[in-house]
Design a protein around this ligand. Structure first.
Ligand SMILES: [Zn+2]
Ligand SMILES: [Zn+2]
Length: 376
């Protein structure tokens, strides 16, 4: 390891212990050490995302005790062996998919499908060598969900990092690590070239609002946001939507077709319900492509009208996460150039010890954009 500023021996972290209760406890645990190809970050902020909520409630299986938090920004304070691309003091954002860079999918550029990451981290709560970097005060292993960003310090592989430009507020830039890069990949890999196109985004929470910003930043001509919350639709207009449709007040398919003059070139579904994914296909025009971004419960299935879909040459594609090494730097660049406002996406901020309040607010639908925990 290279020379690093003096670091404390312990830190505060939000630990999830019980198997069935979604309550985090703030504990003092040892500051972790980075190994080869990793850095230690002093965490500036970490996003409050639905995935953590699903884990906390036990809806997504994950081993406990654990430190969650997968959308983080911070400053590099210690370099692991062999790290050359980053220096102490660098401002960075960490992506939630941490690509191993060596599996067949990573070698093909599909970080979003990295088998080593999903097996070691999402199943076993570890990094690529099968070990966690975190233990509690008694020395008991703590599992890491991605880098475990709900703590004052976090170890993260450099393959998951992108630098944050000086123009961006570091805390708000955390949202690029999940919502931002997920949106960017859904647009750039899922949809393709959106410049001059017509787009419909169904459900504008953190990811949907990020898609709204990305397609606006990349030059889409018409952006129709659909949701049931007036507050979210108002935020969508602020972030680039040219029209909004309140799904409680009208027939979504008919209205979107009217606004777009027969159907859109691209649609995005960010909720994960059979009904809304069905809408995403039905609002397409000829040759249109629907991108499914929202994860669904269990074995949910969608019905689509076959003849219409075939005759009109439409497409449906799934998109989860992002090609971290490509999409995270790209969305950071878009943000630095003013095409994606991280500050406007962040509507709520909490301290680390307010984490239970943050997830209660998220669960109750009280967060219109994205919430972050300001940890530094
Ligand atoms: Zn997330
Ligand atoms: Zn891989």
């Amino acid at each position: 390891m290279s020379d690093a500023p003096a670091l404390p021996k312990t830190m505060r972290a939000a630990v999830l212990r019980t198997p069935d209760v979604s309550e985090f406890t703030i504990e003092r645990i040892p500051v972790p050490q980075p190994r080869a190809g990793e850095v230690l970050l002093k965490v500036e902020a970490c996003g409050v995302c639905h995935s953590d909520l699903h884990v906390a409630r036990g809806e997504i299986a994950f081993p406990r005790p654990a430190v969650l938090g997968h959308e983080l920004s911070g400053t590099v304070v210690c370099l692991g062996e062999g790290v050359k691309d980053y220096d102490i003091g660098d401002r960075v954002v960490g992506g939630f998919i941490m690509p191993c860079t060596e599996c067949a999918n990573c070698l093909a550029g599909r970080d979003d499908l990295c088998s080593v990451f999903f097996e070691n981290n999402r199943v076993h709560g570890a990094l690529f060598d099968g070990e966690s970097r975190l233990v509690d005060a008694e020395g008991e292993r703590l599992n890491m969900y991605s880098a475990g960003g709900f703590a004052e310090y976090a170890v993260i592989p450099v393959s998951a990092l992108a630098r944050v430009a000086d123009e961006l507020e570091l805390a708000s830039a955390a949202v690029l690590g999940c919502a931002g890069m997920t949106a960017y990949s859904a647009v750039s890999r899922g949809a393709g070239d959106v410049e001059g196109s017509t787009v419909c985004i169904i459900a504008v929470g953190g990811v949907g609002l990020s898609i709204t910003q990305v397609v606006a930043g990349l030059g889409a001509r018409q952006i129709i946001a659909v949701d049931v919350s007036e507050e979210k639709l108002e935020l969508a207009r602020k972030l680039g939507a040219t029209s909004t449709v309140n799904a409680r007040e009208c027939d979504v398919i008919k209205t979107v077709k009217e606004i777009s003059g027969g159907g859109v070139n691209f649609s995005f579904e960010a909720l994960g319900l059979p009904s809304t994914l069905g809408q995403a296909v039905r609002v397409l025009g000829e040759g249109g492509r629907a991108v499914a971004v929202g994860l669904a419960a269990g074995d949910a299935e969608v019905t689509i009208p076959i003849t219409n879909f075939v005759r009109r040459g439409q497409e449906l594609i799934g998109s989860f996460g992002a090609r971290t090494r490509v999409d995270l730097p790209a969305v950071q660049r878009l943000a630095a150039e003013g095409g994606f406002s991280v500050e406007n996406l962040v509507t709520d901020s909490y301290a680390l010890d307010e984490i239970n309040q943050a997830y209660t607010d998220l669960a109750q639908g009280n967060i219109s954009g994205r919430a972050i925990l300001r940890i530094a």
